[in-house]
Structures are given as structure tokens and as C-alpha cells.
Design a binder for this molecule. Structure first.
Ligand code: NAD
Ligand code: IPM
Ligand code: MN
Length: 361
């Protein structure tokens, strides 16, 4: 079987607490399904590393990480230690851009045993994918500051959309929609107010839709789209959006499924020219760091997405099934506090690991 080389970067805060269970669950899957996974751990891309070395990454980080198929990533950011834009632009955002991980794929699914804050929702009612543009858009380094310190102080940060950048994320989203039973794509826009980039985005959606006649396409302005996430989540199948809109939708969506603590993501370079990066959607959660109560499911599910991405479909299905079985029991002694439980990272992480190890092929 193919060897998968994985760089493990826990980062900061609860990234350090959930990562061990992510790795253990992957090792359990490897054992049951006879996969060869090789892990190497790194302490860079953390605020502690920054305080020691004056930078988030070593100068040879790119050559180092290029030797791996995938990066398994926890979370970065300790705003009391290092300003967020410094730590994030110096690590995660650098990986996404320099490794051309132009797709950020984020499932949003109401799991059995997890209570949605929306009334009367059951598993199946909320089940869609957010496809987020991940290398350009509103996250741009073009801009600056003038007249600093005066009453004319002005800051500008440009949104960048390129034909290649927009088309490749749309194509990915159309293909994903085409592979799903509902075959429905929703595009997030704001072309009423943002009058140059967003109409451009819409025009590319329209142009591409002509080559996907079997996919039904809807567009909503992002403001009402977020309202529909809450009031009619059943209408969504695949939702595509720019970098910032995708970021917001991928916290709001999982919040509608009970907690952002279970949501995973794949930062994909689909061509495999560079390593792809798999991480939970959530951040380092300094408010609960050190208590051992972080929900490890987002981290574990991100590992599941990694297995799926590299074609280990059977093992991936088993990990997802194991997550569903454990959550489905709704055992409050095992579940973490964000899902109303009294358990902790360890009880939940080990329950999933145990379920994977017991999996009957
Ligand atoms: P956050 O996701 O870290 O936390 C938001 C809230 O959700 C907090 O109350 C937290 O306790 C809770 N939460 C998050 N994950 C949880 C889990 N697994 N289990 C239980 N509760 C969980 O977002 P934030 O507070 O905006 O950001 C904190 C830091 O993390 C900042 O430095 C931010 O820039 C960074 N951040 C990093 C990433 C990333 O590395 N991908 C993502 C988001 C935020
Ligand atoms: C995410 C995070 C990052 C983003 C931050 C930490 C820069 O919120 O992965 O969703 O905005 O992309
Ligand atoms: Mn986010």
C-alpha cells in the first residue's frame, strides 16, 4: 500500500490538546485497514516558536514541508502573545498561498446525537459543503496606510479576483455539486453593493453554469444567505463563496449544527503539486486552553478528510462512521461541554479511537 507522509503541526492553544487524539485516531485507522502512515512532528507555526525565534517559521520551512504529502494542522493564534495578523500571515495563510491550496472544503452536517440550536432539526436536514476560495479575494496583501496619525488617516486593502482564481474554485464546486444527489450549487455574492469584484464573480458563475446543465444554480447576497442558513438550511447542497464569505459561512454553518468544535476542513491543492493541509475549522480557543475540555471531533474529522483525499475511502468511511456512532450515543459522560456533555477531550477522543479499533471491515 501507498505510504502517506504527514507533517504534524499542532500550533497553539487547544491545537496542542486535540492533535494527539487526531493522530491516535489516524493510527487506529492505519492499524485496522493496513495503511502506511508516517508522522513527523514540528513545533513551528506557533506563538511559542515566534517568541524563541522571532519568526513563525524557520527559513527552510518550504523545503521541509514539500517532502510531505499532507500537513495535519491544529490551530494558530495567541493574541495576547503575538498579534493575530502576524501569527496567521506568518504561518497558516502562508501555507495556503505558497502551497496554492486554493480550495477550502468544509462540510457542514448535523450529526446524530448532537443538538442543533435551530428548532426541530434532525440529521439529514443540515448537510451541505462550503467551498471557500482560499488564496485571493478579500485576503489580499495589496493596500496600505497614508496620512498616518493625522485626521486624514486612511487605510485601504484591495480585494483581488483573478479569472484563474475564480474559475478554478467555481469548477471545483460545480464538479462537487454534480457528484451529489441534489446537484445544486448556491453562490454567495454581494453584487448589489460591491460593484466590481462581485458582479465579476457572478458573471463567471453564469458562464460556467452553461457547461453544467444538470446542476441547478442559485445565488444569494451574503446577507440574506446567512439568514437562510438559520431559517432554511435544508435548501443547501454545495455553497461556494469568496475567501471572506466562505470563512464566515463555515463558522455559521457548523454553529447551526450544534458546535464549531466538530467542523473539519481540507485546504486542498487538488493537483497534488504541493501538500494539502487538513485542520479543524476552529481556532486555538485561548478561553478554554489548558482545561482539557476542547472538542476533538473537528481535528479527528479533518484526519478523516485527509484519508478520503488520498483515496483511502474504506478507512475514511470507517472513521466517519465511528464519529457518528460515538456522537449518536449522546453519552453525556463522554461528550464535551460545547455539546452539553460533562466529558472532556480525552473521554471523547478515546471513545472514537476505540470505535475505530473495533471496526469490522
Ligand atoms: P476560536 O475558534 O478559537 O474560538 C471561538 C469560540 O469557540 C471560543 O469560545 C472557544 O472556546 C470555542 N471553541 C473553539 N473550538 C472549540 C472546540 N474544539 N471545543 C470547544 N469549544 C471550542 O476562535 P477565536 O476565539 O476567534 O480565535 C482564537 C484564536 O484562534 C485567534 O488567535 C484566532 O486568530 C485564531 N484562529 C485560528 C484558526 C486556525 O488556526 N485555523 C481559526 C480560527 C481562529
Ligand atoms: C479559518 C480561520 C482563518 C481564516 C484565520 C485564523 C486567518 O478563521 O481557517 O477559518 O480566516 O481563514
Ligand atoms: Mn474562520
Amino acid at each position: 500500500p501507498k505510504l502517506l507522509k504527514i507533517a504534524v503541526i499542532p500550533g497553539d492553544g487547544i491545537g496542542l490538546e486535540v492533535m494527539p487524539y487526531g493522530v491516535r485516531c489516524l493510527e487506529a485507522a492505519a492499524k485496522v485497514f493496513g495503511l502506511s502512515l508516517e508522522f513527523e512532528h514540528f513545533d513551528f507555526a506557533s506563538c511559542d516558536y515566534y517568541e524563541k525565534h522571532g519568526d513563525m517559521l524557520p527559513s527552510d520551512w518550504k523545503e521541509t514541508l514539500l517532502k510531505f504529502d499532507a500537513i495535519y494542522f491544529g490551530a494558530v493564534g495567541m493574541p495576547d502573545q503575538v498579534p493575530d495578523h502576524v501569527s496567521l500571515w506568518g504561518s497558516l495563510l502562508k501555507f495556503r498561498r505558497e502551497f496554492d491550496q486554493y480550495i477550502n472544503l468544509r462540510p457542514c452536517r448535523l450529526m446524530p446525537g448532537v443538538k442543533s440550536p435551530l428548532a426541530n432539526k434532525k440529521p439529514g436536514d443540515i448537510d451541505f459543503w462550503v467551498v471557500r476560495e482560499n488564496t485571493e479575494g478579500e485576503y489580499s496583501s495589496i493596500g496600505g496606510k497614508i496620512f498616518e496619525g493625522t485626521d486624514r488617516e486612511t487605510v485601504v486593502q484591495e480585494t483581488v479576483m483573478t479569472r484563474v482564481g475564480v474559475d478554478r474554485v467555481l469548477r471545483y464546486a460545480f464538479n462537487l455539486a454534480q457528484s451529489r444527489p441534489k446537484k445544486k450549487l448556491t453562490s454567495a455574492t454581494k453584487s448589489n453593493g460591491i460593484s466590481i469584484t462581485m458582479p465579476y464573480w457572478d458573471s463567471r458563475v453564469k458562464e460556467m453554469s452553461s457547461s453544467y446543465s444538470d446542476v441547478s444554480v442559485e445565488k444569494y447576497h451574503i446577507d440574506i444567505l446567512t439568514a437562510h442558513f438559520v431559517q432554511r438550511p435544508e435548501i443547501f447542497d454545495v455553497v461556494v463563496g469568496s475567501n471572506l464569505f466562505g470563512d464566515i459561512m463555515s463558522d455559521l454553518g457548523p454553529a447551526c449544527t450544534g458546535t464549531i468544535g466538530i467542523a473539519p476542513s481540507g485546504n486542498l491543492n487538488p493537483e497534488g503539486k504541493f501538500p494539502s493541509l487538513f485542520e479543524p475549522v476552529h481556532g486555538s480557543a485561548p478561553d478554554i486552553f489548558g482545561k482539557g475540555i476542547a472538542n476533538p471531533i473537528g481535528m479527528i474529522w479533518a484526519g478523516q478528510m485527509m484519508l478520503e483525499h488520498f483515496g483511502f475511502s474504506e478507512a475514511a468511511a470507517a472513521v466517519l462512521k465511528s464519529i457518528e456512532i460515538v456522537l449518536g450515543r449522546s453519552d453525556l459522560e463522554v461528550m464535551t461541554a460545547d455539546m452539553g456533555g460533562k466529558g472532556n477531550t480525552q473521554t471523547l477522543g478515546e471513545a472514537v479511537e476505540k470505535e475505530i479499533l473495533a471496526f469490522k471491515k
